[in-house]
Design a protein around this ligand. Sequence first.
Ligand SMILES: NC(=O)c1ccc[n+]([C@@H]2O[C@H](COP(=O)([O-])OP(=O)(O)OC[C@H]3O[C@@H](n4cnc5c(N)ncnc54)[C@H](O)[C@@H]3O)[C@@H](O)[C@H]2O)c1
Length: 335
Amino acid sequence: MTMKIGLVGCGSVADYGHLPAIGEVEEVELIALADLNERQLKEQASKYDVKHTFTDYRNLLEMKELEAVVVTTPANTHHRIVLDALDAGKHVLCEKPISDEPDKGWEMVKAAKATGKILAVCFEYRLWGPFKDIKVWLDKNLIGPIHVLRLIYNWNGPNGEGQRRKLHMTVEGGPIYDCGVHYFDLGRWYLNSEYKQINAIGVHVEGYENPDHVIVTVEFENGTIGLIEESYIYTTRSKDWHKFTQVDVIGTNGAMCYLSTHGSPGVGELRVHSPEETIVTNYEAGEKPFAALHRAFAESVKRGKIVDIASGEDGVKAIEAAGKALNLARREKSM
Ligand SMILES: NC(=O)c1ccc[n+]([C@@H]2O[C@H](COP(=O)([O-])OP(=O)(O)OC[C@H]3O[C@@H](n4cnc5c(N)ncnc54)[C@H](O)[C@@H]3O)[C@@H](O)[C@H]2O)c1
């Protein structure tokens, strides 16, 4: 039996990520869409042949046949929409950042527990070739105890300039919160350890209240030290936009290095240096793994527990860490 789902928020990530991917996933059937913007709503409904459309998401939640809802609206709207969806008896797959404040995030987690529904968060990097393989090697303990972790993602930011960039630099918290949550999530997932100490500095280039480029140093509870660096101003004004992604894991017995300079974090080369051998893998899948994300969500609903996907709790722990880094990076500017 396929799971009938609805999606709230027919903007950018729904357009390039969720909507095309859902069509590839046999386990789910998209039957309803909601968006405040009627033009966008009708456009997507016609493109994906979706029967039911609503400008008020609360009407979508009234549909009895809907088992689950995908929330792809801006971060500051997730809390209300997710609570209403859980209250209406729906499972929820919520875009990152789970919320703009950890307290609201914990309330969402609590509501999911109380209703017995699945609340999962879109941290699809966990399912993306190189990022997933690094976790596989780590779990095999190939390079021994880990001492240092570096996670770097520098890019030009959402759509150069304009309304979308403004949304992501303000409501979404700028690069260290908006995009950084993916990497804060990878850090604790890779090491099975929580953040113990966080320090951060940032620069304000375009004049938003949130810094455009942030460098964070961290210490995990297990003693590993790390660096997380995020930018939305890397090549923004250059002739050609460029993206730079690097993940380094340094252990007692070896190191792993993933380097991507090809325009998508998913295209690059992973080198694993262990005592026995050096393994080099090239990745060419530039598309984010949204289909795998929806399969994992459907499987989680079927089994009644989180499987191969980040939970609401993971979502909140990532925003707690990213929020702390953002506050420190902002404070540094005002000194
Ligand atoms: N997982 C990823 O890799 C990834 C990538 C990009 C964006 N995102 C996240 O997805 C979310 C949306 O980002 P986006 O870039 O698509 O934004 P967007 O502005 O392009 O789209 C948001 C849409 O939500 C609609 N909307 C807003 N409030 C609503 C409400 N109350 N009811 C119904 N519709 C409403 C807007 O009209 C708009 O169409 C953000 O949380 C963002 O951080 C995640």
